[in-house]
Design a protein around this ligand. Structure first.
Ligand code: 5GP
Ligand code: ZN
Length: 115
């Protein structure tokens, strides 16, 4: 765990979150500043800075991350109507938190490409 990492501290229980789901290696919680009616972040419990740092050794964790995202979509009634999964990487994407997180976004129609 990186003690100076906000999401590591949430995973450790040092900081509160609104938990939506969890699994052995992942945690899903509501975004504090939701961009959509449903906006949940799914994070690995291990510290990975962003998606550009993923390697073959992360395969199992990554599969679990998507499994948790699928569970969140079901719980939030998004499975039938659709939703968006996003990893931001680097400055141009608007990435602000240096701990891998998968955005689960839904609850209204979205445009494409994103602005
Ligand atoms: P990024 O732009 O890095 O892909 O997304 C980071 C997300 O984390 C943003 O949507 C932001 O609202 C959310 N966020 C930042 N700080 C906190 C926090 O302390 N708690 C929660 N639940 N979400 C946070
Ligand atoms: Zn971290």
């Amino acid at each position: 765990m990186a003690t100076d990492c906000l999401f590591c501290r949430i995973v450790a229980g040092d900081l509160p979150c609104s938990e939506v789901a969890s699994s052995e290696n992942t945690l899903a919680f509501r975004d504090i500043n939701p961009a959509m009616p449903t906006h949940v972040l799914v994070v690995p419990k291990v510290h990975v800075p962003d998606a550009s740092h993923l390697r073959a050794e992360h395969a199992e964790m990554l599969a679990e991350l998507f499994e948790t995202a699928r569970q969140v979509a079901g719980q939030e009634d998004l499975a039938d109507r659709g939703y968006r999964l996003v990893f931001n990487v680097g400055a141009d994407s608007g990435n602000t938190i240096g701990h891998l997180h998968l955005h689960v976004l839904g609850g209204r129609t979205m445009g494409w490409p994103p602005g």
